[in-house]
Design a protein around this ligand. Structure first.
Ligand SMILES: Cc1cc2nc3c(=O)[nH]c(=O)nc-3n(C[C@H](O)[C@H](O)[C@H](O)COP(=O)(O)O)c2cc1C
Length: 214
């Protein structure tokens, strides 16, 4: 425990001032994620997705961002998974990106909708063939008896699709889009006096930027 209490890192590398921040948060996000990619950070598109279940229990898990535009942030998953069940009940979520190498965090929240089947299909077919078959194999979030059950199912599906050139998109697999309502950019600064800029959407469609205390 002492070791944990002694861990301490000063954040010195960058700053985020009102002058530097772009007026549109999606553009600002694009600048930061590209800097994370350029910096060679591992899995720069990974984020934590938090949802709320029917009984009010929150759940978080790591996901990969697969697209972003003015309409929102896109990720892919199994439509029968626990997260899918949460989203069907409460169609809102929060995303949290952590780029420790740049001493940065971005938090995003807003409503979530499924992307069109065409959009899911287009992305699905860019995945390696094995990953496409994998989507057919895994009953994500369900209890299974053993690793062997997955391996057997993989062999079964590989055999089933051996003469199929284009693996079809499973009905229970596809994309979600989170439409941002709030986006907060956090930049670590010395003495724990970090920069936090919160973008909130106003009804006319523009964005208000406010500085939050760290
Ligand atoms: C680095 C990393 C990336 C992941 N990316 C995804 C993803 O894009 N989609 C997904 O469904 N699960 C992804 N997972 C697995 C999820 O974290 C989670 O285990 C799975 O989606 C089941 O979550 P659920 O039971 O809450 O629905 C990823 C896990 C890690 C560690």
């Amino acid at each position: 425990m002492d070791k944990l209490a002694q861990l301490r890192q000063e954040y010195m590398r960058h700053q985020l001032t009102e002058d530097m921040a772009l007026s549109d948060p999606v553009s600002q996000f694009n600048v930061w994620i590209h800097e994370a990619i350029e910096a060679g950070l591992p899995e720069p598109n990974a984020f934590i997705l938090s949802t709320v279940g029917e009984n009010g229990t929150p759940a978080s898990r790591t996901m990969l961002l697969k697209g972003v535009d003015q309409g929102g942030f896109v990720f892919y998953s199994n439509y029968n998974s626990d997260k899918a069940r949460d989203i069907a009940f409460f169609p809102v979520a929060a995303m949290c990106f952590l780029w420790l190498g740049l001493e940065r965090q971005v938090r995003i929240s807003g409503p979530v909708t499924k992307v069109s089947r065409e959009e899911s299909e287009e992305y699905f077919h860019t995945r390696p063939r094995e990953s496409q078959i994998g989507a057919w194999v895994s009953p994500q979030s369900q209890v299974i008896t053993s690793r062997q059950e997955l391996e057997d199912r993989l062999n079964e599906m590989t055999e089933q699709f051996k003469d199929t050139e284009v693996i079809p998109l499973p009905l229970n697999w596809g994309g979600y889009k989170l439409q941002p309502v709030e986006i907060e950019f956090w930049q670590g600064r010395p003495n724990r006096l970090h920069d936090r800029l919160l973008y909130s959407e106003h009804e006319s469609g523009g964005w208000t930027i406010q500085r939050l205390a760290p």
